[in-house]
Design a protein around this ligand. Structure first.
Ligand code: NAP
Length: 394
């Protein structure tokens, strides 16, 4: 168990002092091993091994068992960090190596017990959807966590998905203490309650931790191993099955999915660097196209599928549901025009799309398919609908 005390020296000061504490060439490797064994009681440790600065932090992840949270946890453990996860134990298995605490974030008593059980350099809030709950949790955790990463979404923008967006764009209005029923119902192709409430959650974290201690990340579409929503898995399985595959819209339509591992690295690197602020997290605008994605699926599945590109208008005429029935197909101008220059300038590195597709196929091919989420049931076009639409092309 981690002793309940707050670092005498704040993490920020610690980072500044680190270079002089462990100068290069002072037997860093031996110190590294010694300090690793002591880490639970004396974190954070900061070492230099070779040219690399190594920080070992205590990280608390609210969630951490499914996809993005799980990937953050795995990446932090690989860095030698001490990771505590907090969840109900319902959605997925604990990552081996974590300190797993059970509780429900909607229950104030559970949150109080959590706050009493440790001190951490950072908390990553992966599963905040209701401002009132996020606010309550943040108030309890703020005294025992130096900084907070809130995982938000591009859906907080008033103009998403209609308009190109940067972090300067207007965000949906939602108070920091809103409950889950706050605001109007979803608007077709416009603001969603999910996005509005996430905006309120962002505000709750910012008001509690303050701007200097908050990293607010707004990912667009996240893909990669573990993607339980099932967007890329659907395309991979469809293309692996071969034959004539309906490919939606323009083959050169720009897309910007980001790899889950790149989001995780950005979060951890930002904590190490002491970054604060709000960041859209997407691949660069214009780097990849829909054809790149589907051709990557062909390549990694070694499929002889033939892509048949069907214009947007025809798909609309057939009433194909955008985003879900044909995953990732959406015609709105702003969907794939999210400016993430700020994140890229602050260290976000996006691996090639082919790597994301290959790793997802590898994951699909090696898991027991136990990861079936209710959201994945909304995904995908039936083979009958596909053939009907393709037949209407002639
Ligand atoms: N996927 C995307 O394309 C995308 C895009 C933009 C933003 N995001 C954001 O990314 C985040 C989702 O990440 P993820 O699902 O991959 O994270 P994750 O941390 O891997 O999984 C969600 C975790 O939340 C826990 N949880 C849910 N309800 C809880 C509760 N009441 N109390 C305690 N724990 C609870 C779940 O465990 P239990 O159920 O066992 O409690 C699970 O561990 C969300 O904030 C979402 O808005 C995702």
């Amino acid at each position: 168990m981690i002793p309940r005390h707050r670092s005498q020296v704040s993490f920020r000061c610690f980072r500044q002092r680190a270079r002089s504490t462990f100068p290069l060439g002072s037997g860093a490797t031996a110190q590294w091993n010694d300090h690793l064994s002591m880490r639970a009681s004396t974190l954070p440790w900061c070492l230099r091994a070779g040219e690399a600065m190594i920080l070992i932090m205590r990280l608390l992840v609210l969630g951490g068992t499914l996809f993005l949270g799980r990937t953050v946890v795995e990446a932090a453990l690989r860095r030698g960090w001490h990771v505590t996860t907090f969840n109900r134990g319902q959605s997925g298995a604990d990552v081996p190596g974590v300190q797993a605490l059970r509780g429900d974030r909607t229950n104030p008593t559970d949150m109080r017990h959590l706050a009493e059980s440790g001190a951490w350099e950072a908390v990553v809030d992966m599963c905040g959807y209701v401002p009132q709950q996020v606010l309550g949790g943040a108030r309890l955790l703020q005294p025992v966590c130096d900084s907070c990463v809130f995982v938000s979404t591009v859906s907080v923008y008033e103009g998403w998905p209609a308009e190109p967006l940067s972090e300067a764009a207007r965000v949906l209005d939602c108070p920091a203490d809103a409950d889950e029923d706050f605001g109007p119902p979803d608007v077709e192709d416009g603001p969603t309650r999910y996005g509005r409430l996430k905006a309120g959650c962002e505000r709750a974290v910012l008001e509690t931790f303050g701007a200097e201690r908050t990293i607010n990340v707004r990912p667009g579409v996240v893909l990669g191993p573990g993607e339980y929503v099932g967007r890329l898995p659907w395309w991979l399985r469809r293309i692996a099955a071969g034959g004539h595959v309906l490919a939606p819209g323009a083959r050169d339509r720009s897309i910007q999915p980001v790899d889950v591992r790149d989001v995780a690295n950005f979060v951890l690197d930002s904590l190490v660097a002491g970054t604060a602020g709000t960041f859209n997290i997407t691949a660069p605008i214009g780097r990849d196209t829909f054809a790149d994605l589907l051709n990557a699926c062909k390549k990694v599945t070694d499929s002889n599928a033939e892509l048949v590109w069907v214009p947007d208008d025809l798909l609309r005429a057939h009433g194909v549901r955008q985003w879900s029935e044909l995953p990732l197909w959406r015609t709105h101008r702003g969907v794939w025009q999210v400016d993430s220059t700020a994140a890229h300038s602050n260290g976000l590195k996006c691996r090639p799309l082919l790597e994301t597709v290959a790793a997802t196929w590898e994951w699909l091919s090696t898991t027991d398919q136990a990861l079936i989420n209710e959201r994945s049931t909304e995904i995908g076009l039936s083979r009958q609908r596909e053939s009907d639409i393709l037949a209407s092309l002639a």
